[in-house]
Design a protein around this ligand. Sequence first.
Ligand code: ADP
Length: 527
Amino acid sequence: MSDPEKVTGGLNSLGAKDIFLLFRDHLEPITSYVIKTFGHDRLEKILAASDLKVIGPVTISNQGFDFTDSTFKVNFGEISADLIKSDFGGLYSALYTEIKTHLGPKVALELFYGVFIQVKDKYDYVPVSAFLDIMPEEIKSRERLSILSRKELEDQVFERTKELEEEKSKVERKVEERTRELQAEKNKLETVTENMLEGVILIDSFLRPIFVNKDGRRIMGISDSMIDKAVEIFDRYFTINSSKYLSGELSVSRSISLEKEIDNLIYEISFRRVSPVRDGENECYLIWIKNITQFKLLERAKSEFVSVAAHQLRTPLSGIKWTLAMFIKGDLGLLTPDQKAFIMKTYESNERMIILVNDLLNVEHISSQGAEYSLQPTDGFDLIENILVDLSSDIKNKNITIKLDRGSVPAVPMDAEKMRLVFQNLLENAVKYTMKGGSIIVSAKKEDHFVTVCVADTGIGIPVSQQPNIFKRFYRASNATRIHTDGSGLGLFLVRTIVEHHGGKVWFESVEGQGTSFFVSLPLRAI
Ligand code: ADP
């Protein structure tokens, strides 16, 4: 692309060689025309008269000037563009005058004009417009406008090109910036994943490993080059069939966790389904490997401590209970009414301690891994009715209406002793947290392969903000602690542990001040 600014310098702004080539392209066809029309001699005369200084002596062949030869002889570095211009300019006007005189202005103009058009097509705006300066007036006036519009066009193209180039460099800068940002993000992510103290394996939907972090490689003892085989090695190492967990069971729940003990280390392994890492692809899977040995050892130590302490407490508490009972009955001599009232209070406190110790022992026993479950088809309602007999005096004291709706549900495989604890806790809570004159409805129904029992009361309810914590160990809602200062907060934890061991689910619906419904759902097929 030529720079329009240069035009101001006219033909002089071009190099001597450019001007020479320009004239050659124009003069060659004209001189060959002159030879054809007037003969060789006439051309020589014209040439002599024009007194060419620069390129002469020029050989004249049958086709006209032999510029090919001259081109190589001339040292353009030493000749000024002005000189060539005046040289050729003179020859050029001599030829034009000659043709015009002998063949008329029309022929001269047509010949020069035709050749000029060819030159115009071949060269850029700058040389052509400069060349036009020494054209006969007729051609000059005819062509100036078209040359100018060509200049405008070239200017516009030049402007647009400039804009596009600016645009392009802006886009390039943005791409560079974005690439830098992405690189920084990638580095951040790599730093985190490579330095985290958990193993991570990312797998595509065809169970091919996409990524294994440093700790994952370390745990399984694999090198970078073995990453393609990571899932295979993982399965062998942990004796797990990943495809079973990933393809089958993840379609039911979105995440599965299990524990594996290898070489005295305990790992928690979770399989999770995650969003695709690349657009348009299927979901991916993550396998998390966490070393939970320390946590497990602590938990074991704590459980051992709690059960030893609870066991040790049970015997003296029973001793205290019997001694107090003997006082109350008068076996150890008559008591004054005041003494008796104090002893009664002590007896009740001792009873609460016994309940707490039993709860603790139950929790530790039932949540320990070795707890054995023996499932037998059982009618849950028989257990419920039995428990209600035990609770009858409280129910009567609080004037609570009980309604049982057995429905027509089949017997469910369950460990009756442990499920008794479940229903006992739910019914005790319902009675405990329902005010005088309230009511409790216990119902059951079968849905698909599950039987669901519901214990609904019209009691104090559970505040929404505290509902997420209700199954946690030792958690008690604030409205419950206000009306019942005693209570261990262990009951529901126990309920959930037992129900989940049966492959079932427990949940509740509650409105504070209106009541609570607990649902226990057990599978009909033994798991
Ligand atoms: P505890 O009854 O000994 O406090 P639980 O583990 O059985 O412990 O229950 C935990 C908490 O859940 C209770 O303290 C109470 O806040 C709430 N809760 C359980 N059942 C009911 C119910 N039927 N109505 C209202 N609140 C309940």
